[in-house]
Design a protein around this ligand. Sequence first.
Ligand code: NAI
Ligand code: MG
Length: 350
Amino acid sequence: MATLLLLPGDGIGPEVCAEVRRVAAALVPSLVVEEAIYGGASYDAHGTPLTDEVRDRALASDAVLMGAVGGPNWADAPRHLRPEAGLLNLRKAMNVYANLRPAYCFEALAGASSLKTELVSGLDIMFVRELVGGVYFGEPRGIDVLPDGQKKGYDTALYTTSEIERAGRVAFELARGRKNKVHSAEKSNVMESGLLWKQVITELHAREYPDVELEHILADNCAMQLVRAPKQFDVIVTDNLFGDILSDAAAMLTGSLGMLPSAAIGDPNKPGLYEPIHGSAPDIAGKGLANPLAAILSFEMALRWSLKEVEAADRLLAAVKGALDAGARTRDLGGELSTVQMGDAVLCRI
Ligand code: NAI
Ligand code: MG
């Protein structure tokens, strides 16, 4: 039997994860849903945001779904013990190297976009952001003092062939189940690591995925195109830094932070890590105002990617669409529903 480990975390995390629990019980009764303490709550109880025990349970499960971590209560904790450090440690321990971030427009919300409705209606982009390499991790890095007293800060943008290949593979595989089109975004015009990125993706494509349409695009042009005509894209694969920025910008074309899920996946035989994009929202925590759809849609991604319950994932997506079509809205979407009422609106359509 498959196991989902829920890590509700802090702030609104427990509120939105409670709705995931209800949805999971209704949709996949055979799924074993466990829960563990993590983030600021774990720091308070055990002096660390991620205990070895919870890390090992995460590695032994089939999928992990997190709520959110952090908040003002832990602002003074040492950096390596902050709730956010627990998140980075967990990603690293699970070696989830590809971050999947959909920018998907629900028809019922198309009018709420900052772009014209016709530009976003039907929008469906999937980002594959390389998550454990690049300039965020490359060595050397540091801030040094120069002989004249000035300082110099530097980072290293570094990728190996295998790191690029595995991210590219995820993108090409994904595209085959979608519109069969991949854009690879880099800055090969000014960066050596970008030049290697382009070469490796080109070779991988020719060798293993000639049936998929591939286009190379410079990352700055990609940013322009995303706000000019976003529907030209299907799958976009890019490095850690560009992926961070481009996927954030694209996600906001389509709606509220409370709607946006994400997945971090790695080895197909290892668990993936699923989480809403939003944080712990201390300003609304405990008030029953949080939109649970980002967490519920993260569960939908877990069903599809890690739990291999594609039919259940399709049913869940249809239930969310149905709820939105019927006008279900939490406050962030301009409505009045509470967290639990939005959960009900989805549940009654499962
Ligand atoms: P945030 O995402 O928690 O909140 C930003 C704004 O969006 C707030 O006004 C909040 O009320 C609203 N919001 C967020 N999620 C919502 C939802 N589901 N429904 C309705 N409204 C929602 O970002 P913020 O305020 O910058 O960070 C708060 C804390 O969360 C910080 O400690 C930060 O480090 C942490 N954080 C954690 C993340 C994670 O666990 N992956 C990601 C981002 C932030
Ligand atoms: Mg970001």
